[in-house]
Design a protein around this ligand. Structure first.
Ligand code: MIG
Length: 799
């Protein structure tokens, strides 16, 4: 078998001079003397798509990544030419194409370079496989930094790295392992306070070099397919990322329970063990919303079956768990056991749904069930069938979420740990080999799963989690970072990886808290929970063969501290849910790395320990044993220490106390943070009152609160509530205005306001300009709290 790396290098080919170009509605096409065609499509004022065809003929235009409903359209497009260039100007930037060699440069409207081709597009013909290895190189500016690329377990700033995308099952991976479970060929560059993004939508193995091989050159290339990339201009990273997320799509809102705490292990069985675990959570008052069934719930690892000895009546068990506030999530792998008495295998065989090798035999590989065949999820008919298989599991038994694993795809005991490259795929009618389909196999499996779970769980919302994914897969599923290890280095990695996924359009992500392989100390476990409760997805998981990892296993102190943090997550659910809504609505990442939060401050470009959870909460995990505190960077602006309300001016590094029971948390001044009471699981209580923590600021700050029924689709009929709290602080007054849209009314009728950092004593209060006696508001001068009607329009406190 020829692998990509054994090919003989025959030298690169380059485009020659431009002979002509033409321009229609939104596309400008160029052709060179040696027959290279370049097509530049203007999609938005800040986004171009560039495609190159070396022999003048483009491939079918098809992408799994691009959301078919993505917004496009632009305000302005001007195409001009001079002696040396063709010049394309949009409302936001300028693109110049050189007549000499069709090298491309992007400039801001003042002519400042954003990104220029170095050698630009070039290619190498691939005789063995056909087609080309397509390549692109760009000049990198001094001080330029790079961010993105999905789940890479390496430094947050990618400068100096060379990385590739080939979805791989990497058990117990380490720092700087190159290829992991996901392929997200999207990165952002930042220099001179200008940010841009490159999305290289090519599903072959792709490669990225950020000034690694040559100091001032970045490049990206692929082992086949087209040079097909999107250039997105900022100048703010926020513009780049939200445009990328618009293009590749956003998920629907998850059910709120999916944002609760989840407990998992490989594996909890039989039923009595599952119940013992869930009962213990309730007995110890440790909040938890979901319990996971790993592969041992199945009959001989056959997907969509149950081991009836361990789980004699799954439907009863699932409903009993549900009554106790637990949602059941079950794992489903892609490998289907070769077994003619297994109906799913038989049906797929009869319908020709399994992947085949180039010469006809089935793709056979060993995974948990033993020898298996694998459905071709790139075939729409297969996806439809796969969706239908969830009818019983979801629709009848009542499982609420599905966990897709091993979908890189992983194969045991073979070189490369995956399918051979000659395996054939339908690729939605664009038949191809595994070289092209490998990186989207997992995404298409998760997509089919999503469709099925959604259908059979309707009118409730689906919850899916996948290990492998490709750009755009965030439309269907959440994800986790795979088989990490219970070490301090992996706690550091989890922090970096989740921030990176958030900057790569995949915000609904978390790590195996505590570490999958090996066993954490109580201290490491505690520090990991303290970080994990601030990740969009929050689940403890472990391989189970190194001992227990439930919160009570490490003794009383760890239990009490970790419970306090999980309770804090439950209190912050309305805040996290609002951040999720902003992700779904606008593509804003749920965690904001410091560079994203304040790109103008160059101090942030190499920072990765600290991050912003939502819009207003700064968190910095402790990543070392035996410490009482740590140094951290506080971004510019003023921040309240969450633990003692001390106000701090940022833009500097400082030492912060962090004994074992404390993770550094700071709240942005002016923030209004919504909180629920502690619950043992989502919707355990009818919320009777919402608390708003109001942090004084001299000046203005807006905060949002999104609410709906926590599940179901009524929010799509306007049955949601979006409130904006506008805070204006003066020397001895504070004004809080509320604007509301949407038709939903939360079940509670009052808000408990708690003021932090007020520089004056509250003497008088006005509601909609009318004075109200303080006693009527149950004002507590010591606690600085008062109770107000949730529908207030304007509240005015005077000292
Ligand atoms: O080969 O299903 O990453 O979370 O517990 C191991 C068993 C297969 C790998 C997943 C892990 C899961 C485990 N799986």
């Amino acid at each position: 078998m020829i692998t990509n790396t054994e090919l003989e290098y025959k030298g690169d080919l380059y485009p020659t001079a431009l002979i002509s170009f033409e321009h229609d509605q939104d596309t400008i096409s160029f052709i060179t003397k040696n027959g290279v065609r370049l097509m530049i499509q203007v999609l938005r004022d800040n986004m171009l798509r560039l495609r190159y065809a070396t022999s003048g003929i483009f491939e079918d235009d098809f992408s799994y990544a691009v959301d078919k409903d993505h917004p496009h359209g632009f305000n302005q497009l001007k195409v001009e030419e001079n002696e040396t260039h063709v010049i394309i100007t949009t409302e936001k930037f300028i693109c110049k194409v050189a007549r000499d060699d069709i090298r491309v440069g992007m400039y801001d409207l003042n002519g400042k370079p954003i990104l220029e081709d170095e050698q630009g597009f070039h290619w190498e013909e691939s005789f063995e496989f056909g087609g080309n290895f397509v390549k692109m190189s760009k000049t990198s500016r001094d001080q330029e930094n790079f961010f993105g690329l999905g789940d890479k377990p390496t430094n947050f700033n990618l400068k100096g790295k060379r990385l590739s995308m080939w979805n791989t099952d990497q058990y117990a991976y380490g720092k700087d392992t190159n290829e992991l479970y996901k392929a997200v060929p999207f990165y952002m560059g930042l220099h001179n306070n200008m940010s841009y993004g490159i999305f290289f939508d090519n599903t072959f193995k792709t490669h990225f070099d950020f000034c690694h091989e040559r100091r001032n050159v970045t490049s990206f290339w692929a082992d086949g397919g087209e040079m097909n990339y999107y250039f997105i201009y900022g100048p703010e990273m926020n513009d780049v990322l939200t445009t990328y997320t618009d293009l590749t799509g956003k998920p629907e809102l998850p059910p709120m329970w999916a944002l609760g705490f989840h407990q998992c292990k490989w594996s909890y069985y039989p039923e009595s063990k599952v119940k013992e675990i869930t009962s213990k959570f309730r007995e110890l008052n440790f909040p938890c919303d979901a319990i996971y069934l790993d592969i041992d719930y199945m009959d001989g690892f056959r997907c969509f079956t149950w081991n009836k000895e361990y789980f004699p009546d799954p439907k009863r068990m699932v409903s009993e768990l549900e009554e106790d506030g637990f949602k059941t999530v079950a794992i489903i792998d892609p490998g289907i056991k070769i077994d003619l008495s297994y109906d799913i295998f038989k049906e797929a065989l009869e319908k020709n749904y399994f992947c085949r090798r180039a010469d006809g035999p089935y793709m056979q590989g060993k995974v948990w069930p033993g020898e298996c065949y694998f459905p071709d999820f790139t075939n729409p008919e297969v996806r439809e069938w796969w969706s239908g298989l969830y009818r019983e599991l979801i629709g009848d038994i009542g499982v609420k979420g599905v966990w897709n694993d091993m979908n890189e795809p992983a194969v045991m005991e073979v070189p490369g740990k995956t399918f051979p490259l000659d395996v054939r795929h339908d690729y939605d009618g664009h038949r191809c080999s595994h070289r092209k389909a490998h990186n989207i196999y997992g995404m298409q499996m998760a997509r089919a799963t999503y469709e099925g779970v959604k259908k059979y769980n309707f009118p409730k919302r689906p919850f899916i989690i996948t290990r492998a994914n490709y750009s755009g897969g965030q439309r269907y599923t959440s994800t986790w970072t795979g088989d990490n290890i219970a070490t301090w280095e992996h706690l550091w990695l989890a922090n970096v990886q989740i921030q990176r996924l958030c900057l790569s359009g995949m915000s609904f992500a978390g790590s195996d808290i505590g570490g999958f392989a090996e066993q954490p100390s109580g201290e490491l476990y505690t520090r990991w929970i303290q970080l994990g409760v601030f990740h969009p997805f929050c689940r403890v998981h472990s391989s189970g063969d190194h001992g227990e990892q439930e919160p009570w296993f490490f003794g009383e102190e760890v239990l009490d501290i970790t419970r306090k943090y999980v309770e804090l997550r439950y209190q912050l659910l309305p805040y996290l849910y609002t951040a999720f809504y902003q992700y779904v609505q606008e593509g804003m990442p749920i965690l904001k790395p410091l560079v994203y939060f304040d790109q103008q401050d160059v101090q942030t470009h190499y920072r990765s320990d600290e991050f912003i959870f939502g819009n207003q909460i700064l968190v910095c995990p402790v990543q070392e044993p035996n410490v009482q505190g740590r140094r951290m960077y506080i971004p510019r602006g003023k921040w309240y220490n969450f633990w003692n309300d001390k106000l701090i001016t940022g833009g500097k590094e400082m030492y912060v106390d962090a004994p074992l029971e404390t993770i550094p948390i700071f709240i942005k001044e002016g923030a209004v943070i919504p909180k629920y009471p502690v619950q043992q699981y989502v919707d355990q209580l009818d919320i009777e009152e919402l608390t708003l923590d109001v942090y004084y600021k001299l000046g203005k700050e807006n905060s949002d609160l999104y609410e709906d029924a926590h599940d179901g689709y009524e929010y799509r009929q306007n049955i949601y509530s979006l409130r904006t709290f506008k805070l204006t602080g003066k020397e001895d007054e504070i004004i809080l205005q509320q604007h509301k849209s949407g038709k939903y009314s939360a079940p509670y009728s009052t808000l408990k306001l708690k003021f932090h950092g007020l520089p004056f004593d509250i003497k008088r209060v006005f509601f909609e300009n009318e004075e109200v006696p303080l006693e009527k508001l149950q004002f507590n001068a010591e606690e600085k709290t008062m109770i107000v009607d949730k529908e207030f329009g304007e509240l005015h406190l005077v000292g």
